[in-house]
Design a protein around this ligand. Sequence first.
Ligand code: HEC
Length: 175
Amino acid sequence: MTRQALNRYSLLVVGLLLLSTPIWAQPANPQRGEALYVGTVSFAEGGAPCLACHGIAGHELGYAAGANYGPDLTAIYEDYGEEGVAGVLEDLSFESMNAIFAERPLSDSERADLVAFFGAVSGGAAPGIGSDLVLHVALVTAVFMVLIGALGWRRLQGVRKPLVEQARNTKGGRA
Ligand code: HEC
């Protein structure tokens, strides 16, 4: 191989490497993080999807009011910050999760995608089921009372009218 050819060859190799850069240096992707979280994309090592145990009420995932096995993670990013969440995901040292993830650790990119996803959903307002329920009950009660009122009044009229007429006809009962 001549020197020139070698130079050209190495240029080609460098060029190809540069072109392929995005494949191995992908920025954290919150959509992929969500897919991993809910389980539509599997973790490379086969760990269980987080949604199996954790809801994110602020993103309408999981059961209402955090009725899940693990704590709701809506505010995890706010509470721990980016570094904090990344740290928790790195060692997943909670007893209940360790059983799964000690043998099936998350990869660097999986962790980064999850952190990006938590960042994207952070600050999502958890639906206030409490206040909605109160409003609902108040509305239904109001409608019910109006109905009872209207029906009750008509019923009263229905009873009263013939009595009044009867009383009139019979001059108050003294025929
Ligand atoms: C088998 C059920 C289970 C799975 C699957 C699971 N977790 Fe957990 N996780 C828990 C439980 C339960 C806790 C509460 C701590 C404890 O009791 O060990 C917890 C705690 C946490 C905490 C700390 C919460 C806090 O408020 O301090 C984070 C963050 C977390 N999990 C993230 C994840 C992520 C991300 C995944 C998916 C990669 C995941 N978990 C998968 C059960 C699970």
